[in-house]
Design a protein around this ligand. Structure first.
Ligand SMILES: NCc1[nH]cc(CCC(=O)O)c1CC(=O)O
Length: 328
């Protein structure tokens, strides 16, 4: 750091949901501890405004990041903090992922006032979820449940549960834990029962790719084991065309020095059984992590994932099935 760099103030562009603000403040504190002056710039994205339609129908993941990128482009901010799960597989030209921070719990959580776990729900109970992945995986576990779309930020989702619109909801454990709402979690799904989404629980920091100085300043915040794991997960999504209209799960974890990657692909209408694939490798670089992801994607495709992907185009049209979906 040169004196001029450390004395200049950095601005973090952030969405204004409580979770987004927590995440931006977390990065702000990490940077302040390293001697940077950091301010926040709160903004509303299209993804926050559109609450009545499935996000997959109106543009998908990018909706949560685009306004923030415009702020970076215009120089109103230098840093955008994202839940990596909401970040498109390939960033637009001119933007880069400077680093990935240590992951919070990547698993999904079951929240319900009257039931302690999915198994306890009576037949026909109404279960709210916010992504195709969760819908498909939960329907495979409990075909008898009425799985219903659930949109909105964390507080909104919990309020809808508390108002009695759902018997139970399933959402990311990471968000609840970050906001101090971990006590609402009745049970956590093991990855074996319900495989998380690529990048779930991890935070990514986006900058303009011409800011090599900033990328260097952010490098100490990186958590390499998380970054390699999410690189492998995101490579699976990318290889399969990665959009949030695809019910895809990808989860990597370290088993000693090996990265174990598990992925699942489901047909939203349940016409074919879930397709699963796994592989492990002694990954040491992003290239090796991505190769592992591509290998698992190829296995998924060999087992039928691609065919149903084609069939899904019709499914994502309005009113075709009414399946829930979002960037979750
Ligand atoms: N799709 C919205 C979203 N993006 C990130 C999280 C949770 C936190 C995380 O995964 O880092 C959530 C909420 C959820 O899926 O329940």
């Amino acid at each position: 750091m040169t004196p001029t760099e450390s004395s200049s103030s950095l601005v973090i562009a952030t969405r204004e949901s409580r979770l987004a603000l927590w995440q931006a403040e977390h990065v702000q504190a990490l940077l302040q501890a390293r001697g940077h002056r950091v301010q926040l710039l709160g903004m509303t994205t299209q993804g926050d405004q559109i609450l009545d339609r499935s996000l997959s129908k109106v543009g998908g993941k990018g909706l949560f990041v685009k306004e923030l990128e415009v702020a970076l482009e215009q120089g109103r901010a230098q840093i955008a903090v994202h839940s990596l799960k909401d970040v498109p597989m390939d960033l637009p030209e001119g933007f880069a992922l400077a680093c990935v921070l240590e992951r919070e719990d990547p698993r999904d959580a079951f929240v319900a006032p009257r039931y302690a776990s999915l198994d306890e729900l009576p037949a026909g109970a109404v279960l709210g979820t916010s992504s195709l992945r969760r819908q498909v995986l939960l329907q495979a576990l409990r075909p008898d449940l009425r799985i219903t779309p659930l949109r909105g930020n964390l507080d909104t989702r919990l309020r809808k549960l508390d108002e009695g619109q759902y018997d139970a909801i399933v959402l990311a454990a990471a968000g609840l834990k970050r906001l101090g709402l971990g006590a609402r979690i009745r049970s956590i799904f093991t990855p074996e029962a319900m495989l998380p989404a690529a990048g779930q629980g991890a935070l990514g920091i986006e900058v303009r790719s011409d800011r090599a100085d900033l990328i260097a300043a952010l490098a100490p915040l990186a958590h390499t084991p998380t970054w390699l794991a999410v690189s492998a997960e995101r490579a699976v999504s990318r290889a399969l065309g990665g959009s949030c209209s695809m019910p895809l799960a990808a989860h990597a974890r370290w088993v000693q020095s090996q990265l174990q990657l598990d992925a699942a692909w489901g047909d939203p209408e349940g016409r074919v059984p879930l397709v699963r694939a796994s592989a492990a490798a002694a990954v040491q670089s992003h290239a090796e992590a991505e190769a592992l992801g591509m290998q698992v994607a190829a296995s998924l495709r060999a087992r039928g994932a691609m065919e149903t992907t084609m069939a899904m185009t019709a499914m994502t049209e309005p009113a075709a099935t009414g399946v829930p979906s979002s960037a979750a």
